[in-house]
Design a protein around this ligand. Structure first.
Ligand SMILES: [Zn+2]
Length: 234
């Protein structure tokens, strides 16, 4: 492999699964007994805000009881020790990358531990419930919603992500299904722009064929092994 300096890593649900965080994909389209279209779309929020807020209050509470696993810790070590550019683009809305110590993290689908005020557009750190319609810390309006990108909404940070992909020597996809765009298209962008590509996933994903190399196994095993290898070559 050529000299690697700039790395973009995309992480998905497979990284947090071994920390006990499930997604709607685990339950055959159901998420904690809810259909995705009933809790994770702007239309659902307009139709039944209490159901949606209660659902996210439950998720927000649950993730605070979970702990980062060996995959999060390995990526945090890479973040700390890698001397080139690095961007961890995560589809996960938990804060386990940060709690493991990583700082170069971009949450393209938002964060459970933020509330977004639809009145003043300010995002505030948030750990408690939203169901009781608390006032926005910034403007005082009772207009907070989960700061999570719902189906049908635009992911965050796309310009920054594509800028990083343009400069990347290596693109690594970890624990993602390869099914949800635009993230599923990153590997093709990276390839077109000349980066080497690697998939680390529990099993071959829908996009496996697009990668130069794929390694399959639990994230807590394949990710630390890959990070060790990469740092040894630095
Ligand atoms: Zn506000």
């Amino acid at each position: 492999m050529n000299q690697i300096r700039n790395i973009v890593i995309l992480t998905g649900a497979g990284v947090s699964a071994e920390s006990g965080i499930d997604t709607f994909r685990d339950g055959g389209g159901l998420w904690e007994k809810h259909r995705v279209e009933d809790v994770a779309t702007p239309e659902a929020f307009a139709r039944d805000p209490e159901l949606v807020l209660r659902f996210y209050d439950m998720r927000r509470e649950a993730i605070q009881t979970r702990q980062p696993n060996a995959a999060h810790h390995a990526l945090a070590r890479l973040d700390a020790e890698w001397r080139g550019e690095l961007l961890i683009v995560t589809q996960n809305v938990d804060d386990l990358h940060e709690r493991a110590g990583a700082s170069r993290v971009l949450h393209m689908h938002g964060e459970h531990l933020n509330a977004w005020c639809t009145a003043c557009d300010v995002r505030s750190p948030w750990t408690g419930p939203l169901l009781d319609r608390p006032p926005c810390p910034e403007c005082g309006e009772a207009a907070l919603r989960p700061d999570v990108v719902w189906f049908g909404e635009m992911p965050y940070g796309m310009e920054e992500i594509f800028a990083a992909l343009r400069d990347a020597d290596l693109f690594v996809s970890i624990g993602t299904s390869g099914a949800v765009y635009p993230a599923a298209g990153f590997v093709r962008n990276a390839r077109d722009l000349g980066a080497a590509t690697l998939e680390l996933n529990l099993e071959p994903s829908q996009g496996t064929g697009w990668f130069d190399e794929a390694r399959h196994g639990p994230a807590t095993e394949v990710v630390p092994a890959w990070v060790d290898e990469l740092l040894a070559r630095q």
